[in-house]
Design a protein around this ligand. Structure first.
Ligand SMILES: NC(=O)c1ccc[n+]([C@@H]2O[C@H](COP(=O)([O-])OP(=O)(O)OC[C@H]3O[C@@H](n4cnc5c(N)ncnc54)[C@H](OP(=O)(O)O)[C@@H]3O)[C@@H](O)[C@H]2O)c1
Length: 252
């Protein structure tokens, strides 16, 4: 079996790649940094005896999405797991960002999973098996910027897929982490050192719980007991209250 993972060079995607390889899955690794991709592929294939292909692709570009989509449609080397994980954040409000930044965000967080999932599903449904895992976020239940809007799309997209895929042997799972240790905040220049240790979870926990949920055919997974409880609380909070709280969030 083979897993295609976007963003496997760091953080949550790397943890998914490590766990899937440890379970014997061959890998197709998709990201921009060719050097890091090659290093991850070499390490995981030598540690676990699996095949690891590398696809250098910028998922913010049409060409990058087409490269990954084309690999997902190959019947001679089928993909059984699609992990839509690549992502980044913007540390600025909508009034401060450029339209180029916003479109790049939408391309990577929305257009890429849409295109890749659309490419993967006909083969998966035809074979009667497959798992689509999309890394969304707890942020998707909050009214905090276009990142949250994109993650709300990812979660609702997955729920719609899960309904449509019932009975096909293919499952769709949205993994909705809270604050996770990775390169995400540093890359976005978001210094969150003021947050207590207790709010952080490990990328490995996210991937372990995400894979368990996907194997069980669950549609939504909020990794860790802490964040599962927080997700219930956020979803039970009236939207006007959430908007009021969002106004208090620190701005750059
Ligand atoms: N960390 C958190 O607190 C947190 C919480 C909730 C949800 N998430 C979500 O979890 C997912 C993974 O984030 P992470 O925390 O693991 O971040 P990370 O450590 O910064 O890793 C991001 C990965 O995405 C890849 N990537 C970024 N832009 C890309 C592009 N344009 N094309 C292809 N690959 C791209 C990066 O590789 P290259 O740079 O080599 O392209 C890297 O492998 C994201 O969808 C994020 O929104 C994170």
């Amino acid at each position: 079996m083979t897993a295609l993972i976007t963003g496997p060079t760091a953080g949550i995607g790397l943890a998914f790649a490590e766990l899937l390889a440890a379970g014997g899955e061959d890998l197709v690794l998709v990201a921009r940094d060719a050097t890091r991709l090659a290093a991850v592929a070499e390490r995981l294939s030598s540690d676990h005896g699996v095949r690891a292909e590398v696809l250098v692709a910028d998922l913010a570009s049409e060409a990058g999405r087409a490269t990954a989509a084309e690999r997902l449609t190959r019947d001679d080397a089928p993909i059984d797991w699609l992990v839509n994980n690549a992502g980044f954040g913007l540390n600025a409000g909508f009034l401060e960002t450029t339209i180029e930044d916003e479109e790049r965000l939408l391309d990577v967080l929305v257009r890429a999973p849409l295109r890749l999932t659309h490419a993967a599903l006909p083969g998966m449904v035809g074979r009667g098996r497959g798992r689509v895992v999309t890394v969304s976020s707890m942020a998707g239940w909050t009214p905090i910027g276009t990142y949250a809007a994109a993650k709300a799309w990812a979660t609702t997209f997955t729920e719609g897929l899960a309904v449509e895929l019932a009975g096909t042997g293919v499952t769709a799972t949205a993994v909705c982490p809270g604050f996770t240790r990775s390169e995400f905040h540093e890359r976005a220049d978001m210094p969150l050192r003021f947050l207590p240790d207790a709010v952080w979870i490990e990328a490995r926990t996210v991937a372990e719980e995400g894979l368990r949920a996907a194997r069980a055919g669950r549609t939504i997974c909020v990794p860790s007991k802490r964040y599962s409880a927080a997700a219930l609380a956020v979803q039970a909070t009236p939207r006007p209250v959430l908007r009021g709280l969002a106004r208090l969030a620190p701005r750059r």
